[in-house]
Ligand binder design. Sequence first.
Ligand SMILES: [Zn+2]
Length: 258
Amino acid sequence: MVCLINYRRIMPEGPSIIILKELILPFKGKKILDATGNASIEMDRLKNKKILDIRSWGKQLFLVLDKITVRIHFLLFGSYSLHEQVKPDKSVRLCLKFKNGTVYFYTCSVRILEENIDSLYDWSADVMSDKWNPGKARKKLKDHPQLMACDALLDQQIFSGVGNIIKNEVLYRIYLHPETRIQHIPPRKLTELINEARNYSFDFLKWKKEYVLKKHWLVHTKKICKRCELPVIKKYCGITKRRTFFCVNCQRLYPSNV
Ligand SMILES: [Zn+2]
């Protein structure tokens, strides 16, 4: 049975896509009865095709059909809903109707891929995948010694699925200043960074499913550091310039003499 979700769920981080995948699982093996929306793809190519598989990579969802794959990239503000009672507005990018329900995608990029997706994506870069490879992530980090930790965590080729909340919480968890450059992070700390990117993503998934995610934020959007009782800094750090929350007292900037 498909759950009824009438409100739009926003998808800013990778773990949320796992939730979506589970929600739309009842459509796997089912035929698309109708495909509509303002996405610039040939909708007719989707009609009467069966969903053979549902996969994800970071914040991207793949609906695998016969010979083609529909790629939905949720970017920064993508959202979805299932079985809307009210008539969906004109902003719907893609609406897929099945015998057992309907799914709506908003504010996302929709494309039809002709290639085999296994040849297009590095599945070992997805922090939530069974194929996640921490050794490979370490090698990629070493290839970018100048990169700041805050930018490295958001790099989808290294940590696919990690978004801004996960970035802030991981750095706080491991006591690392977001502007520390990869080349200055001690090896053991680098291991922590790689491991916690995955660990926190699974915590995120668990808390999100229980609707208690925000309650567990330690630094994201906070004003005071729980550990030091000192003000949390809010700064648009690095080349990515995303909102970064951190404590300069307990999150160490390496090398320490800078
Ligand atoms: Zn602190």
